[in-house]
Design a protein around this ligand. Structure first.
Ligand code: NAD
Ligand code: GLY
Length: 377
């Protein structure tokens, strides 16, 4: 657990059961609250809503489930408005984002307003980007409702939308005021989405936390059967691992790129298959298996560790291989549109053992090609 550095606010003091972490970014530091039943707790959000205007952004699936509960916990004197977006990765576009700007303008929201994202990573990324850009930047709060968004996308301030030619290519860094992760809302999450979130959880173990990876191996069955205590533990550990990396390298000048383990392969799958066909977490799962295979071929990862990774992905209900529809040639083409490409040279996150992730361009194109081909045989 990362110890809070600033004096605890009222809500943090009166809710001892709450797991609280801090993302330490100086003046822009913010808390992450994790707990069962947080949504709708009166007063929880008060310290983080700036101004008297609040725009809640959600989608057609999450709003009917949780909007009312969220609104019940808000102070009475707020001007609250809502935008409910269509559900799905394919709607994570500039065109759909325009609905948020229009709602903000129609309701005459000023620069002191706050936006609140109630939903998974798609809603969170879009709301964050709206907050980063509306009137050159307003405050926002993340209320993530998927496992993936609770362990990854709501933390760290990456916001944005997709472009038909590349995933997350339009965006900004914009940190939230607070992240509220209610583990209770995971009850309604479909199994496939739970697995997708588990991919990002496994990622933290692989990057630099081998003890956590071993803990996941021991507890994966309980996690997949939604044991609340285990899930809260996994969310807290994941957020702590991510918060430490973000605090050290907020704008990805260096080590934050490690958080993209499996993502260069994964983004190629998402773009190549059409946004939404494979879930982001599923693509990251397959991408991590591909990164592991390439690391093994470079002699960086033992056969047995490579097998441990594949086994854990399978137990988490994740694919450990890319879709047959994308051949190696197409993969190389898609991977060339990646934010880690520098001076025309592809850089990948690979593993020097479990817990030893490295960003590297130290591989031959033959090794990359052979690793892609390995999944075709
Ligand atoms: P998502 O937002 O599409 O949510 C998945 C599905 O679950 C959706 O259909 C959603 O409506 C539904 N849902 C959400 N909460 C629910 C609940 N409690 N009960 C029932 N259904 C619920 O997908 P996601 O996996 O949360 O996020 C993926 C997105 O996050 C991708 O666009 C990815 O690029 C982005 N991402 C961003 C970062 C970042 O750092 N900003 C990191 C990782 C991923
Ligand atoms: N999910 C990658 C990052 O936050 O940097």
């Amino acid at each position: 657990m990362i110890a809070p550095r600033r004096p605890l606010k009222f809500r943090e003091r009166v809710m001892p059961a709450l797991r609280t972490l801090e993302v330490d970014l100086g003046e822009r530091s913010y808390p992450i609250f994790i707990g069962d039943g947080l949504l709708g707790r009166a007063g929880l959000l008060d310290d983080y809503i700036h101004g008297r205007q609040l725009m809640v952004v959600s989608n057609e699936t999450v709003a009917p489930l949780y909007m009312e509960r969220l609104l019940a916990g808000l102070p009475d004197d707020l001007q609250v408005a809502q935008v409910v977006l269509p559900d799905g990765e394919r709607y994570k576009t500039l065109q759909v984002l325009d609905q948020v700007y229009t709602a903000l303008l129609e309701h005459r929201f000023d620069r002191g307003c706050t936006l609140l994202a109630l939903g998974g990573g798609v809603v969170g990324d879009m709301t964050g980007f709206a907050a980063a850009s509306y009137q050159r930047g307003v405050n926002f709060i993340q209320v993530p409702t998927t496992l993936l968004s609770q362990v990854d996308s709501s933390v760290g301030g990456k916001t944005g939308v997709n472009h038909p030619l590349g995933k997350n290519m339009i965006g900004a860094f914009h940190q939230p005021q607070a992240v509220i992760a209610d583990t209770g809302v995971l009850d309604t999450l479909p199994d496939r989405e739970l697995s997708a979130g588990m991919a990002e959880v496994i990622k933290y173990g692989l990057i630099n936390d081998p003890g956590f990876f071993a803990w996941l191996e021991a507890h994966i069955d309980g996690l997949m059967s939604r044991d609340k205590t285990l899930l809260a533990e996994a969310i807290e550990r994941s957020c702590a691992d991510k918060a430490a990396i973000v605090a050290a390298d907020e704008r990805e000048a260096g080590q934050r790129a490690l958080l993209n383990l499996g993502h260069t392969f994964g983004h190629a799958i998402e773009t190549g298959m059409g946004y939404g066909a494979w879930l982001h977490g599923e693509a990251v799962g397959a991408g991590m298996a591909m990164a592991a295979e390439m690391s093994r071929r470079l002699g960086w990862l033992d056969d047995s560790d490579c097998e441990r990774i594949t086994r854990l992905l399978h137990k988490a209900g994740l694919p450990a291989a890319p879709p047959p529809e994308i051949d190696s040639e197409r993969f190389l083409e898609l991977m060339a549109v990646d934010k880690k490409v520098m001076a025309g040279r592809l850089r990948l996150v690979l593993l020097k053992g479990i817990g030893g992730a490295r960003v590297t361009d130290d591989f031959s194109s033959d090794t990359l090609r052979a690793s892609l081909d390995a999944f075709r045989s």
